[in-house]
Design a protein around this ligand. Sequence first.
Ligand SMILES: Cc1cc2nc3c(=O)[nH]c(=O)nc-3n(C[C@H](O)[C@H](O)[C@H](O)COP(=O)(O)OP(=O)(O)OC[C@H]3O[C@@H](n4cnc5c(N)ncnc54)[C@H](O)[C@@H]3O)c2cc1C
Length: 373
Amino acid sequence: MSSTANRRYSASAAVQFARIDEYVDPIVEAIATHDMTIEKRGAVHHIRSPFGKATFEARQGGFKLTVEAADPGGINRLKHALVGPICFIAAREKLDIRWEGDHTAPTLPEDLRLLHVRSIEDITSRFRRITFKGENLERYDRDDQLHCRLIFQPRGIATPHWPMLDHLGHVVWPRNSAVPTRVYTIRRIDTGRQEITIDFALHAHAGPATQWAMDARAGDLVGILGPAANGPKPAKFHVLAGDETALPGIARILESLSRDATGHAFVEVDGKADELPLECPSGVTVHWLHRNGATAGTTTLLPDAVRSVLWPKNRGEAFFWGGCEHKAFSAIYRHLRKEIELSKERFVLYSHWHRSLSEEQIIATGAEAYLPQ
Ligand SMILES: Cc1cc2nc3c(=O)[nH]c(=O)nc-3n(C[C@H](O)[C@H](O)[C@H](O)COP(=O)(O)OP(=O)(O)OC[C@H]3O[C@@H](n4cnc5c(N)ncnc54)[C@H](O)[C@@H]3O)c2cc1C
């Protein structure tokens, strides 16, 4: 092998940050959801990803990061996989992370794929299913990583804008001109047909993603990044809970459960007309929770329903998966941890949206808008 083939790219950053102890656990959890495996040895978290390897070490008065990858794109991607979650979770600290070592010019994320709208179907009056056609989509075909980030391009744009990752691990946009991006769940992927299906909940305060879905036409272009975020783990007893934004994930998980699985799925929607047929094992009961005209994100339907569950004595046999508005998310999270005493390995629960914040505002606010209160 030539010496160029053996070339490795590496860099490190040492950051002064007095309050690091308050953030270590959520930072490590946030890094882990982005398709990274983390093992703690001594004080050092060793991180592996498809793009290379990294470390995160909290020290007195700060933390140290290292990254190592086989190519320039990989090193920028790894820096981003660390800097993104750290700067998001600790947004209020306004951290300035400076790297030493190999520097490479901004690169397109390796996981970026281009998708074109193939078909649009209104599966209810408030749910729009869009099937996209792409190429080279195999990396998105994962049962343990269900989510993705979509990048919405204006129709007919001559030169689409794609985010680049720079040597600081930050996202930079061509000509400083960003287009909107949002997180969605891959409802279905068919690598044979090279298709990805996303179900968009058409909510009442349409931001750019919902507006895009409402206006979509065959041929429209989006980018996709990911996959990310954990899916379900094997269990005898499953509890799934969420509003419309989690329904695509719940539907996908129910279809994948073993035939002898037992448990409950709780889905909050406005009313009967919003219910969808769900394919699931006979031992799992689906409960539709109706808001009956109440504003989304204002009810306690989901936390109340989760509180009604009779859990197996051996909590290790159970698994919870869910997503919803931040307030209900916080209540469910506290219940699972404090009252049910589910270990963190036995549940996956995300705050999918915030009633008074758009996604850009959530990112700018950081932990307070995203972690359980
Ligand atoms: C891991 C994950 C997976 C997700 N999967 C899906 C999915 O498969 N399908 C899906 O439809 N959504 C999904 N979401 C939720 C989706 O990303 C948000 O709802 C997103 O804010 C929609 O973007 P927007 O541009 O329409 O609104 P934003 O510009 O982000 O927000 C504008 C306004 O709308 C409000 N708002 C945002 N979402 C909702 C909502 N659902 N109901 C009522 N008001 C809302 C906000 O509070 C804000 O006031 C997921 C989110 C996460 C984090």
